[in-house]
Design a protein around this ligand. Structure first.
Ligand code: E4P
Length: 227
């Protein structure tokens, strides 16, 4: 399963890329606006941080297909290869996804709340579809269940589209989808940290440090002892 950072805060991206095996960064217009900086410079900075091999997602803003296609071309010009353009999964978006596929620009059908929306984005030629787990939960439906249904549709119809599950608020939602075999998830930094945020884990690690220090003295590593 690919793991993406759903944020545009560059110091957080730097920290997470340093620690965790992340595949790239996803953004949307709200996430970019939250930085309070010029969106183009932020996207450039993210590309520099994750390198040419990292995958970056940036969203087209217009509501009409022609405008979406124009944004998509500009985004790819700015960020180069390994860029996926997020296109809202609405009728004009399906048209844009189709036109962009003909140009060889890869897209992610985003703002997915229903399985048939994902089906239409996938059939239009999207490389990814992004269902919003937590937002669906907050509407009183089963976000994880809907993502599983989307995955089943894509697999059963042999569609060449990957699920990028998004909008997580806790690691349990991620765990269920990871177990189910979802292709990609994107999570805010706090949710990624929560994968290993557990006092039992910290206690076990500190127990090893304490026991070793008791035997050989404080702050001695294996390298210190071996020389
Ligand atoms: C990703 O594609 C979405 O834009 C993002 O995960 C939405 O997250 P939110 O529901 O926390 O705004």
């Amino acid at each position: 399963m690919k793991l993406f950072i759903d944020d545009a805060n560059t110091s957080e991206i730097r920290r997470l890329c340093d620690l965790y095996p992340v595949d790239g960064v996803t953004t949307n217009p709200t996430i970019l606006a939250r930085t309070g900086k010029d969106p183009v410079s932020v996207l450039r900075e993210i590309r520099a941080l994750i390198g040419d091999n990292g995958i970056i997602f940036a969203q087209a803003v217009p509501l009409d297909a022609e405008g979406m296609v124009r944004d998509a071309r500009a985004i790819v010009r700015l960020l180069g290869q390994n860029t996926i353009v997020k296109i809202p999964s609405v009728p004009e978006g399906f048209k844009a996804i189709r036109l962009l596929q003909e140009e060889g620009i890869r897209t992610c059908g985003t703002v997915v709340y229903t399985p048939l929306q994902a089906y239409l984005a996938a059939k239009s030629g999207a490389s990814y579809v992004a269902p919003y787990v937590n937002r669906i939960d907050n509407m009183g439906y089963d976000g994880v269940g809907i993502v599983k249904q989307i995955q089943d549709i894509l697999v059963r119809h042999h569609m060449d589209t990957e699920v990028l599950a998004a909008s997580f608020k806790n690691s349990q939602q991620v765990l269920e989808l990871c177990t189910y075999g979802i292709g990609s998830v994107t999570c805010a930094p706090a949710v990624i940290d929560a994968f290993v945020n557990n006092l039992a884990i910290d206690g076990a690690v500190m127990g090893f440090v304490h026991d070793f220090a008791g035997a050989v003295g404080e702050n001695k590593s294996m390298a210190d002892l071996i020389g």
